[in-house]
Write a protein that binds this ligand. Structure first.
Ligand code: ATP
Length: 472
């Protein structure tokens, strides 16, 4: 058994990052303890309205390390190693006092919406806590109840951070990815980041197990945030072993420190296969398109799937072209967050199962008696011969089949417009980030095979965000 440390809600839009605080805790505690496994960056329900950016919390394990150590970072010129296993080597209270010093030093207490908390537990809370927190809404009380008797829990201000801190500890990866996060020296935090875009493209091409690096469609790098936070850039991938060589390819400003996190990013853990469409939940729904897509103010595109509106927002950019080419009768699966008012599914990913045939009328029916074309009686009302007044049904007209440009397959927004938790199609071998915009990909057998397998938890009653996509 080891000490499980969880921390959340320490940063604000004006600065700081909970992962930087994690590096400070790692820097200090590795003086006296061993780090066990990778530090973890755990994303929770992206539809929580009180999140600052990407609803991320961190978890680290410390104790007496067992097994051969491996390198996970470098902080203040010191190489940081972790052990695959470990056992506790002191009382949680002693560790908690040291963690408190860092949380109190670095948290943005000045921000009204920052409500820090941390926990030092000897065991993980139930996995159900994680599943509820990544898919629904968890109350402070129920999070605390899940950690009762497991160790020390401390919170500040309204204490909301305990939900994220404890849920991050509760994560047992069913699927996982990794991210190497690099940080700037404090004096650089408010200045513009210097990263050479060509080096990001080179890195992206040379390390195919990394993802969400460069948006080739909109020609911009997406590994760096835009906020005045300590992060220089982050590279995400499936294989932690390539992250360090990938990091070294990036040219420009030199990071002051770096740390590899194990994460639930890009896993689709937030997606439920549910018929019930509760606001705040992210669901995967299948059905037929029942209305043609229409553009609404702001550049968004809306269509109906069964009796539910589905919206592709302006920030999803070229993805909207795919959505615009849908037609009534198409069979699709839509993945997205349910927004309460107006009720709509905010589209994250789309699978086109089959497209319906579309026809264009090229001639009115021919009246064989009078050798004349019948006249239309109005929309959907059929036809009548102008001479003998004989009626003809709609189907008697001559139609040409319209070639559909939309191909069956999976579609997703460009790299820069994806949610942290959304599984990129590249991860499941369907498409590469270099594929042309709106390119279609193979059938979804593998994604179907990766369904949540009974791990669904009850989603609560979240208030959805207005803006559908996270800041990277
Ligand atoms: P980051 O900036 O690190 O990416 P964030 O800053 O967007 O993440 P926080 O500032 O940590 O997010 O704010 C999220 C708050 O919401 C935290 O207090 C957290 O405990 C709480 N929270 C997270 N998930 C849930 C949930 N499912 N239900 C209720 N509260 C949650």
């Amino acid at each position: 058994m080891v000490h499980w440390i969880g921390v959340d809600d320490t940063d604000s839009l004006q600065g700081m990052c909970t992962t930087f605080l994690a590096t400070e805790i790692v820097r200090d505690l590795t003086e006296d303890f061993d780090l066990i496994g990778y530090p973890r960056l755990v994303r929770l329900n992206p539809n929580i309205p009180w999140k600052t950016r990407g609803n991320g919390a961190v978890c680290m394990r410390f104790g007496e390390g067992l097994g051969p150590p491996f390198v996970v970072g470098s902080i203040a010129g010191r190489t940081i190693e972790a052990h695959p296993r470990g056992r506790a080597s002191s009382e949680p209270a002693a560790v908690a006092d040291r963690v408190a010093l860092h949380v109190e030093r670095w948290s943005r207490f000045d921000d009204a919406t920052t409500n820090p908390a941390f926990a030092v537990l000897s065991r993980q809370p139930t996995p159900a806590l994680y599943w509820r927190a990544v898919r629904g809404v968890v109350s402070k009380g129920s999070a605390q109840a899940a950690a009762r008797g497991l160790g020390v829990v401390r919170s500040y201000k309204n204490g909301r951070g305990v939900i994220g801190a404890l849920s991050a500890i509760a994560w047992r990866p069913r699927d996982r990815t990794y991210e190497v996060l690099t940080y700037r020296a404090p004096e650089a935090w408010t200045t513009a980041r210097r990263i050479a875009p060509e080096s990001v493209i080179r890195m992206d091409r040379n390390f195919p197990s990394t993802f969400n690096n460069y948006d080739y469609v909109n020609d911009r790098l997406v590994i760096a945030p835009h906020s005045p936070c300590p992060v220089l850039f982050g590279i995400r991938g499936d294989d932690p072993a390539v992250l360090l060589p990938a990091m070294r390819v990036i040219e420009g400003e030199r990071p002051e420190r770096w740390l590899i996190f194990e994460t639930n990013q890009g896993t689709d853990d937030h997606v439920m296969r549910r018929r019930s469409v509760k606001p705040g939940a992210t669901v995967r729904l299948s059905g037929r398109v029942t209305s043609p897509p229409r553009a609404i103010a702001g550049g968004h595109v809306v269509f109906r799937l069964g009796d539910l509106d589905v919206t592709a927002y302006e920030p999803s950019k070229q993805f909207r072209a795919v959505v615009r080419s849908l037609a009534p009768g198409d069979r699709i699966e839509a993945i997205g967050a349910i927004r309460r008012r107006p009720k709509t599914l905010n589209l994250e990913k789309l699978f086109v199962e089959s497209t319906a045939p579309r026809f264009r009328k090229v001639a009115n029916p021919w009246c064989p008696e009078c050798q004349k074309r019948a006249k239309s009686l109005g929309r959907q009302a059929g036809f009548r011969c102008p001479c003998c007044r004989k009626h003809f049904p709609l189907s008697a007209a001559t139609f040409d089949r319209i070639e559909r440009s939309l191909r069956p397959g999976w579609y997703e927004p460009p790299v820069g417009s994806r949610r942290h938790l959304s599984m990129p199609l590249k991860r499941i071998g369907f498409a590469s980030d270099t594929s042309p915009p709106g390119g279609s990909v193979s059938p979804p057998a593998f994604l179907h095979a990766r369904g949540p397998g009974g791990l669904d938890s009850e989603a609560g009653d979240a208030v959805p965000t207005l803006y559908p996509l996270d800041d990277l």
